[in-house]
Ligand binder design. Structure first.
Ligand SMILES: [Zn+2]
Length: 181
């Protein structure tokens, strides 16, 4: 194989950058990134923005996949890591280690536009566009169905710990909000 050691994959366009190194890293990143979030199965790890790096040892073929949780202590992280290993093994890559980094903090900015749209299409309000913008973080959660911002929180915890339950006062429909913390 005459590929350069490091190159940019099509999935690395835009935010967040996925660091790739070693042979087959782009293909491996696509397989690992296609794993769905167990709590938000409509969103892949790539679109969730938790896939950070794929490093392949050119000599041994050992793969290290680096992911970062959407928040510290996210219970879905272990399932994500297991699914990455299972899917890569099924694709013919037996030697896979998943590394979880907490230092490379995930922000809601890492969620791709495709990821945001997939959440909305499934009736889940995506987090505020910019986690670094305090005003955006404190802005009311918009209803994913009618886009009204006249909404109220019913419960801090929804079906899973990554979501809280809201109700829209305009269309009266309950919906879930993918919370950042
Ligand atoms: Zn509504």
């Amino acid at each position: 194989m005459t590929r350069p050691a490091t190159f940019r994959s099509p999935i690395a366009e835009g935010r967040p950058p996925v660091r790739l190194s070693g042979p087959d890293a782009d293909r491996i990143a696509e397989i690992a990134g296609a794993v769905p979030d167990p709590e938000l199965p409509m969103v892949s790890l790539t679109n969730l923005g938790v896939l950070r790096a794929v490093d392949v040892d050119p000599d041994s073929g050992a793969i290290t996949v680096t992911i970062t949780p959407t928040y510290t202590g996210c219970p879905a992280m272990n399932t994500m890591a297991e699914d990455v290993v299972i899917n890569l093994r099924a694709a013919g890559y037996p030697d896979v280690t998943v590394r979880k980094v907490l230092s490379d903090t995930w922000s809601s900015d890492d969620l791709t536009q495709e990821g945001r749209q997939a959440l909305r299409d499934n009736g889940i309000a995506p987090p505020a566009a910019s986690a670094t913008d305090r005003a955006a973080a404190d802005a009311p959660v918009a209803c994913p169905l009618c886009h009204s911002s006249d909404t109220e929180q019913l419960s801090r915890f929804g079906a899973t710990s990554c979501k809280s339950l809201y109700r829209c006062r305009a269309c009266r429909e309950p919906f879930e909000y993918f919370k950042v913390h």
